[in-house]
Write a protein that binds this ligand. Structure first.
Ligand SMILES: C[S@@+](CC[C@H](N)C(=O)[O-])C[C@H]1O[C@@H](n2cnc3c(N)ncnc32)[C@H](O)[C@@H]1O
Length: 311
C-alpha cells in the first residue's frame, strides 16, 4: 500500500509526496517538521503505531497542529492507487475530460518546484504536449513560475521558452505577458496557468496580475491582453491551453472560469474543456469540509483547463 502525505505549514509552504509505506512516511514527517524549524511539541505528531492502527479502519488521516500547520495522509487505494502506479511506471494519456492527479510531479526528476505557490501539476503539461505537439515544436509558457513547462517540454525534446514577471530560476525570462517579445505566428503551442484572483502572493512586482481580484472587470481586461498576445504569436490552427479556477470568498461565488472563457472565445475556437481535480488546497481540511456542510457552501473541487485553437 502507498500513502500520500500532504503537510501544509503555517509559513505557507506545502509538502506533497507519495511514500512506499507508512514507516518511511512516518520518518519523513518528523524530518520535514524539523527542517521547517517549527516550534511543535513532539507529542502533537502522530506516532507510527497510531498511524498503523488508524489505517486498519480508515483511508484518511487528518491532524491539525497547534500553530496552524496540518497533516493529511491518504491511503492510495482503488482508482488513486492504480493511477499513481501508472504515473510512476508509465505515463498514460488521459482519455476523458476529468483529470485527477494525486501528486504534482511524476518520475524521479523534478518538473517545476512543488514549493512554488500555485505550481502546476506536471502531468497536465505532459498530457497536453503529447497530444498537441511533436518533437522540435516551439512551446511557450508566458507565466511559467517555477518552470514546470520548461522541464516537461525539454524532456520531450520540444523547444521551449518560459517567461514570468517573477523570476525564480535562470532559464526563465523576465517578462510581462501582456507584451510577449516574439514575432507573429511562430509558436506551435502555448500553456498558461494564470493567477485565478488575488488569493496567492507570487511576488512584490506591481505588474503581477495576481494582485487584482477576480471580482473586478479589470482582472479579465488584463488577462484578455495576455490572450491577445498568445493569439498573435501562435501559428494559425495551433493550440493553447489555459488553466483557471473559480472563486468562493466571503460568501460570494465568482465564476472566474466562465468569465475568462467569454474573453477567450473572441480569439479562439474551443477544442474541449477539462476539469482537473484540485488537491493541495489549504481548505482541504476536516474543519473546512465541516463548515461547507454546515453553512451551505462548496469548497472548490476542480479547475478548468480550456483547450482552444487559433482560428
Ligand atoms: C499559477 S502561477 C504559474 C505556476 C507555474 N505554471 C508553475 O508550474 O510553477 C501564475 C504565475 O503568473 C505569474 N504572473 C502574474 N502576472 C504576470 C504578468 N503580468 N506577466 C508574467 N507573469 C505573471 C506569477 O508570477 C506566477 O508565477
Amino acid at each position: 500500500m502507498k500513502y500520500l502525505l500532504f503537510i501544509s505549514f503555517n509559513n505557507g509552504l506545502k509538502h506533497n509526496a507519495v511514500y512506499e509505506n507508512l514507516a518511511i512516511l512516518h520518518e519523513s514527517i518528523e524530518q520535514l517538521v524539523e527542517e521547517e524549524k517549527l516550534n511543535l511539541k513532539k507529542e502533537k505528531l502522530p506516532s507510527f503505531s497510531e498511524l498503523e492502527n488508524h489505517f486498519k479502519n480508515e483511508e484518511d488521516f487528518f491532524r491539525p497542529l497547534s500553530n496552524g500547520t496540518w497533516l493529511h495522509i491518504q491511503e492510495l487505494s482503488g482508482r488513486n492507487y492504480i493511477r499513481d502506479e501508472m504515473c510512476q511506471e508509465e505515463l498514460v494519456l488521459e482519455s476523458t475530460t476529468l483529470w485527477d492527479f494525486p501528486t504534482q510531479n511524476y518520475g524521479d526528476k523534478p518538473h517545476g518546484n512543488n514549493k512554488y505557490n500555485g505550481v502546476t501539476p506536471a502531468f497536465i503539461i505532459w498530457n497536453l504536449l503529447q497530444r498537441y505537439t511533436k518533437e522540435n515544436d516551439l512551446v511557450i509558457d508566458p507565466m511559467c513560475g517555477s518552470g514546470t513547462t520548461i522541464d516537461v517540454a525539454k524532456e520531450l525534446n520540444r523547444k521551449v521558452i518560459g517567461y514570468d514577471i517573477n523570476v525564480v530560476r535562470q532559464d526563465v525570462i523576465k517578462n510581462d505577458s501582456r507584451k510577449i517579445p516574439l514575432a507573429d505566428s511562430i509558436v506551435d503551442f502555448v500553456f498558461i496557468d494564470s493567477p485565478y484572483s488575488d488569493n496567492i502572493k507570487y511576488s512584490d512586482d506591481k505588474n503581477c496580475i495576481g494582485k487584482i481580484s477576480c471580482e473586478k472587470t479589470e482582472f479579465y481586461d488584463e488577462l484578455e491582453k495576455v490572450a491577445k498576445e498568445i493569439y498573435r504569436i501562435l501559428k494559425p490552427g495551433k493550440v493553447m491551453a489555459w488553466l483557471i479556477g473559480d472563486q468562493w470568498l466571503k460568501k460570494k461565488f465568482t465564476p472566474t472560469g466562465f468569465l475568462l472563457y467569454q474573453r477567450l472565445e473572441k480569439y479562439f475556437e474551443p477544442i474541449d474543456t477539462i476539469c482537473v481535480t484540485r488537491h493541495n488546497q489549504t481548505s482541504n481540511t476536516g474543519l473546512w469540509h465541516d463548515r461547507a456542510r454546515r453553512y451551505n457552501f462548496y469548497l472548490r473541487g476542480f479547475k478548468y483547463l480550456f483547450i482552444m485553437r487559433k482560428i
